[in-house]
Design a protein around this ligand. Structure first.
Ligand code: HEM
Length: 493
């Protein structure tokens, strides 16, 4: 009897300790032993990818303390907190979660996304500097983007010629956009462009999209490692792993080919310049593994985000034909009907710029960027954030803030046109994140999405196909968001 009472007493103490929140930890739902706050984080039927986070913020405020099973996680909302934490170098680290992409590299903190401290600073700086040397974000880049755009136009025209009924039923451009998007970037990285009909390349881009769509930062499989080996439960994890492995093998093949033909007096692309640096490196940061991981990171980061941004923008344009027409009239007035659009035209195309900006704001392609973490216990906003806590920044809470934007749910590009008719920036436009870990690909992404979407409007009238499925407003969840597939009817102008 005494033993039983003792065991019950012990169990009560254990349960109490397991559900106790650390002192000064941010407020949040009740913490349960083993599962943490997960029971309070269930999605409800009909929830959009953002409803749960909205509910949590409304109830607990801008800094919410969660436990994804054993993993402490803090959720940051609102302009002030998002800006402040993103600027703090103390939070420029990554949590101890195990994603398939991470596991593939034996959990080493390498590449750009997962590296930290001096290695991250060094590799990020090098990557950015040399991508720029090869045209990234510069005027020379326009030419690569235009070439790829011409390939896309040829595809659309071929499809129209082969399918006389396409104007009635429409074409799904979302099948082509990822390959087109990565081709432009991959030319700078590896000096090669792939045929859009190359089966292997097409399969690879599909794999990357799948990797993003299956992504779930809150999945228990990321925190309970044992679940990664449990059949059925580990299905998504294993699928993501297969995709990551395919991409890894593709990149390693490319690097091997570069090594075979390497000539240090004739560096042609980013891989060549990295191989050259490896020969003279004294820091120890420039390794084969690091090069592979950077290329994988750039491929992953550059394919889906760029394609989804163009996709969302086209969806708005067919949904709101008067906006499409206004974009076209501005292009015809400034650039004309035939001259190729370049980034030099951007300052003279304020409405076109406003439409792309509003598309990025309204769609929120990356509502929750890769989680950050403090390396040591750190105070933020009066709360104690234990070391390696997963810090999830809610960019959408800034981009859709009702108090600030007034009507954030409305797609209204005019909000970015100033009284003088020029494009008006806004300090709250964290479209590519903000602070020390801000997107490395922003200049490239802006140029590519701008030239692609405006050039399509210049060449085609795009509409909802009269006899095809109507585009839904659905936003697909994942590591990023994407428009549900939809079809467009193209009429050559
Ligand atoms: C429209 C397209 C894109 C959007 C909306 C986007 C958005 C973002 C966001 C929100 C972040 C996280 C920033 C933060 O944590 O504050 C990020 C990080 C990053 N992005 Fe992009 N991105 C896009 C395209 C690209 C492209 C084309 C590349 C590659 C060339 C790229 C490479 C990266 C990398 C490497 C990081 C991690 C930076 C670091 O950890 O230091 N992104 N991006």
């Amino acid at each position: 009897m005494a033993v039983a009472i003792f065991l019950i007493f012990l169990a009560i103490i254990l349960i109490y300790l397991l559900q106790k929140r650390p002192t000064k930890y941010p407020p949040g739902p009740r913490k349960w032993p083993i599962v943490g706050t997960l029971p309070s984080m269930k999605k409800q039927p009909g929830d959009s990818p953002f409803d749960l986070t909205e509910r949590l913020r409304k109830k607990y405020g801008d800094v919410v303390g969660l436990f994804l099973g054993p993993q402490p996680a803090v959720f940051i909302n609102g302009y002030k907190c998002v800006k402040e934490i993103s600027n703090m170098t103390e939070f420029a680290y990554r949590p101890n979660i195990l994603t398939p992409r991470h596991e593939m590299f034996q959990e080493k903190r390498i590449g750009v996304f997962f590296s930290e401290g001096e290695r991250w600073r060094n590799q990020r700086r090098f990557t950015l500097r040399h991508l720029r040397d090869f045209g990234f974000g510069r005027r020379t880049m326009d030419q690569y983007i235009q070439e790829e755009f011409n390939v896309l136009v040829a595809e659309v025209e071929k499809f129209a010629a082969e399918n006389p009924g396409q104007q009635e039923t429409g074409l799904n451009l979302m099948d082509l956009l990822p390959a087109v998007a990565i081709n432009t970037l991959w030319y700078i990285i590896a000096g090669v462009k792939h045929d859009l009909h190359d089966e292997n390349f097409h399969h690879l881009t599909k794999c990357v999209l799948k990797f993003f769509r299956l992504g779930d930062q809150n999945s228990p499989v990321n925190f309970y490692r044992v679940l990664q080996h449990v059949p059925v439960i580990n299905r998504v994890y294993q699928e993501q792993r297969r995709c990551a492995e395919e991409l890894n093998n593709f990149v390693m093949r490319e690097i091997r080919a570069h090594k075979k033909n390497f000539n240090k007096s004739n560096v042609k692309d980013f891989i060549d310049i990295y191989l050259k640096e490896m020969q003279q490196d004294t820091t120890g940061f420039f390794t084969d593994e690091q090069l592979t991981t950077i290329c994988v990171d750039l491929f992953l980061a550059g394919t889906e985000t760029t394609a989804s941004t163009i996709g969302f923008t086209l969806r708005y344009l067919i949904k709101y034909p008067h906006i499409q027409e206004k974009v076209r009239q501005e292009i015809f007035g400034v650039v004309g009907k035939h001259k190729a659009i370049s980034m030099e035209d951007m300052p003279n195309l304020p409405y076109c710029t406003a439409v792309l900006t509003e598309s990025l704001r309204h769609s929120g392609v990356t509502p929750f960027p890769p989680p950050k973490a403090p390396k040591e216990d750190t105070f933020f906003n009066g709360y104690l954030i234990p070391k390696r806590t997963m810090v999830m920044v809610n960019l959408r809470s800034v981009l859709m803030d009702e108090e600030y934007w007034g009507d954030p749910e409305n797609f209204r590009p005019e909000r970015f046109i100033g009284p003088d008719g020029n494009f008006q920036r806004d300090e709250r436009l964290f479209l590519f994140g903000t602070g020390v870990r801000m997107c490395l690909g922003e200049p490239f992404a802006r140029n590519t999405t701008f030239i692609f979407y405006t050039s399509l409007v210049q060449k085609f009238e795009m509409a909802i196909p009269p006899h095809g499925p109507k585009p839904s407003d659905e936003t697909l969840p994942g590591f990023t968001t994407s428009p549900a597939h939809f079809k467009i009817s193209f009429t050559k102008l």
